[in-house]
Write a protein that binds this ligand. Structure first.
Ligand code: GLN
Length: 269
């Protein structure tokens, strides 16, 4: 049923609902890294209300506000084209609101639990903790073979990974899932796809090209080390990474600093 021809299709889902944080850039990063390696790739933006293709290899869901993310979840359903794509081996990167809706349940704009897509074993809740806003620095679990991951986060929800979930890693600076872990991974196994959720905005793949290559390797059924290196492109990303890693490590851009800054502004207005 799946058209796994030589062109790799990268689909950015619902940028009109889940495009608040520039996460659509993740699609562009995947598309370009394929092209730079001489692998034919199509980049498709699929707005809400349009048919969702079932035969792409890579899907991206970005971050958004509580109401639009509820709408996106309703439209994607619990057994729709995205589920069939994952069943057929597709890889999904879901950022923040995207991750929350991929889970079992997530809060709507009134804090009421809504049914998620069920692609990730996690539940997102609202707590009385302050909104997580600021730099996020993550030590990825060893099995990913990744350097520290950098991004920013901006979310009210806290995500509880379930028993069958594994996480992306541990939080060195910032909040992430809210329990010291960051991200949720579902490996559907046996030729079926993988779904990776994360709170890393940025867009995460521009800041962390090695993570982009992990996703590409999953989608292409190969090891990341077997992908051709891209030293020229990655030199630029390395320079950005060095700045962001240092900012997050110094802690002057973490959630607490941002909250203090925001409180000062709020008091003034
Ligand atoms: N609306 C969700 C929350 O605040 C997700 C926010 C986001 O995607 N950045 O938790």
């Amino acid at each position: 049923m799946t058209d796994r021809s030589s062109t790799v299709a990268v689909v950015v889902l619902f940028p009109d609902l889940l495009g608040t944080y520039g996460d659509g850039g993740n699609g562009l990063v995947l598309h370009r890294r394929l092209q730079w390696r001489g692998i034919a790739s199509d980049l498709l933006e699929v707005p809400s209300g349009s048919p969702v293709p079932e035969t792409a290899q890579l899907y991206l869901l970005g971050g958004g506000e509580d109401a639009p993310q509820t709408e996106a979840a309703r439209e994607l359903g619990t057994d729709g084209p995205l589920h069939r794509a994952v069943e057929a081996g597709a890889v999904v990167l879901a950022v923040c609101a995207g991750m929350q809706i991929c889970g079992v349940s997530f809060p709507d704009n009134q804090g009421r639990p809504q049914e998620g897509l069920g692609l990730l074993d996690c539940v997102t809740v609202k707590t009385d903790e302050p909104r997580a806003v600021g730099e996020l620095l993550v030590d990825a679990d060893d099995r990913f073979g990744l350097p520290p991951l950098t991004g920013f986060e901006n979310h009210g929800g806290r995500t509880r990974p379930g028993p069958s979930a594994t996480t992306l890693g541990g939080v060195r600076a910032g909040v992430g899932n809210g329990d010291g872990t960051e991200g949720v991974l579902a490996d559907h196994g046996d030729g079926r796809g993988k779904v990776l959720g994360t709170y890393l905005h940025g867009p995460a793949l521009a800041r962390n090209p090695a993570l982009a290559d992990v996703l590409l390797a999953w989608a292409l059924g190969m090891a990341p080390a077997d992908l051709a290196p891209l030293p020229e492109a990655d030199a630029e990303a390395d320079a950005l990474r060095a700045v962001r890693l240092s900012a997050a490590t110094r802690g002057n851009l973490d959630g607490v600093a941002h909250r203090t800054w925001r409180d000062r502004l709020t008091r003034r207005s």
